[in-house]
Design a protein around this ligand. Structure first.
Ligand SMILES: [Zn+2]
Length: 411
């Protein structure tokens, strides 16, 4: 019995027509598509509580839309996407939200994947338009992005006109078998770095690694931006130059954070892959607590944002490789002695010193405790299966105790 998951990914590619004439044709098509979709929405909006099936819509609109010059494939997608949108709005309405009939503005069109021809080798797209016409577009995308989706299944495609340019969102999916992990990898984030510990199922440490957290750098950039805003509290919004500088710092801050969180997440997932590990992350409600001296109001929210983004990256990248990810509450993980399990703790700098003689780095201790919490949860699940009782429920594993005496070093 192997579990599997479906991973989805989107390749966003710029597409450029060979001539201005072709571009005009594509835009005409997108306008007609949008207007047709709006027309369908207008017609079915009042019937949203008892939405007609796709088949019924087909009977109702097919001839009409075909007369406007659309291909059968176009009609199918127009009806499908109009129906989905109305259905989604109705779902919101049922939840008590205020909804009004959608007014489409953007020039986007979902295309039938069996109709559009994408040639990744030659980087071309043949796009069928109105009245039997079609254009060939050049696909602009990095080699690496294309290679990433080799072996994936192409399942959806959206053409979009935005800021004077055409884009194709090509969506892929792939079914990945979840591996059977032999080791456990836990990540403890703090303001300066991410500490990673890999342990086997008996609780022995196999590897400890540290990665720099880009948060301080991103925060510094953000603080510069806020400082400028504070210095010119009234004018920064209106002065072109100040606004440009403020925006630049905000943008850089975001980029530093995202790019580096991606890198760290990638390295950690690769490490988990190499060691055949399950990844244990902290539950996020505990992460808010981690912020100790919130001297800036945004510091807290940015820290939370960074951890959430990091976890999303890790989860996605792990899923792609079939690596399971689980979450454990971080409560008490940095204060409990991994050897004797006592909560009484004393810190010398970042070193935890326990009365039992144990001494270890705070972040590593937190990682170990995360792994143990996870292992004890596994043991509990197994125990339930066998005896139906639950002898020790607190995050403490006796079998892991012996090997816990390995010296915990700062790597
Ligand atoms: Zn102790």
């Amino acid at each position: 019995m192997t579990r599997s998951v479906t991973v989805v990914g989107t390749l966003v590619a710029g597409v450029s027509p060979e001539s201005g004439d072709d571009l005009a044709k594509v835009i005409d098509f997108l306008r007609a598509y949008r207007d047709a979709k709006q027309y369908v929405i207008d017609k079915i909006w009042d019937r949203r509580a008892d939405l007609p099936s796709l088949e019924k819509l087909h009977h109702e609109f097919y001839e009409e839309l075909r007369k406007l010059g659309f291909r059968a494939h176009h009609v199918k997608e127009i009806l499908k996407s109009a129906r989905e949108l109305v259905k989604a709005m109705h779902e919101k309405e049922k939840k008590g939200e205020d909804v009004s009939k959608p007014e489409l503005r953007r020039l986007t069109a979902r295309l039938d994947i069996y109709d559009i021809k994408i040639d990744f080798e030659r980087r071309t797209v043949r796009l069928p338009l109105l009245n039997g016409e079609s254009v060939t577009l050049k696909l602009r995308v990095y080699e690496g992005r294309v290679r990433k989706f080799e072996g994936w299944k192409f399942y959806n495609c959206v053409l979009r006109f935005c800021c004077g340019k055409l884009f194709l969102h090509i969506m892929f999916r792939k079914v990945v078998k979840l591996g059977k992990p032999k080791t456990v990898l836990a990540v403890d984030p703090n303001f300066r770095n991410f500490t990673v510990a890999i342990m086997n199922r008996k609780g022995r440490i196999l590897r400890i690694k540290r990665y720099e957290n880009p948060l301080p750098r991103a925060l510094t950039l953000r603080i510069w931006a806020e400082r400028i805003q504070k210095r010119y509290p009234k004018s920064w919004r209106f002065s072109k130059n100040i606004l440009a500088v403020v925006r630049k710092f905000h943008r850089r801050s975001r980029n530093v954070l995202r790019t580096n969180l991606h890198k760290v997440a990638k390295m950690i997932v690769e490490l988990a892959d190499k060691h055949n590990s399950i990844i244990v992350l902290e539950k996020l409600d505990g992460l808010k607590r981690k912020e100790e001296n919130g001297s800036y109001s945004f510091r807290k929210s940015m820290t939370f944002f960074a951890y959430r983004t990091f976890q999303e990256f890790v989860e996605y990248k792990a899923k792609e490789r079939g690596i399971p990810v689980t979450r454990v509450s971080p409560r008490g993980t940095s204060s409990r002695c991994p050897r004797c399990g006592k909560r009484r703790r004393k810190y010398e700098g970042r070193i935890l010193k326990c009365r039992c003689g144990f001494a270890g780095d705070r972040d590593v201790v937190a990682c170990i405790n995360l792994v143990r919490k996870y292992l004890s949860r596994c043991a509990r699940v197994r125990g339930h299966g066998r005896t139906g009782t639950n002898p020790s429920s607190e995050g403490h594993v006796s079998q892991a105790d012996e090997s816990m005496r390995v010296k915990v070093n700062n790597s």
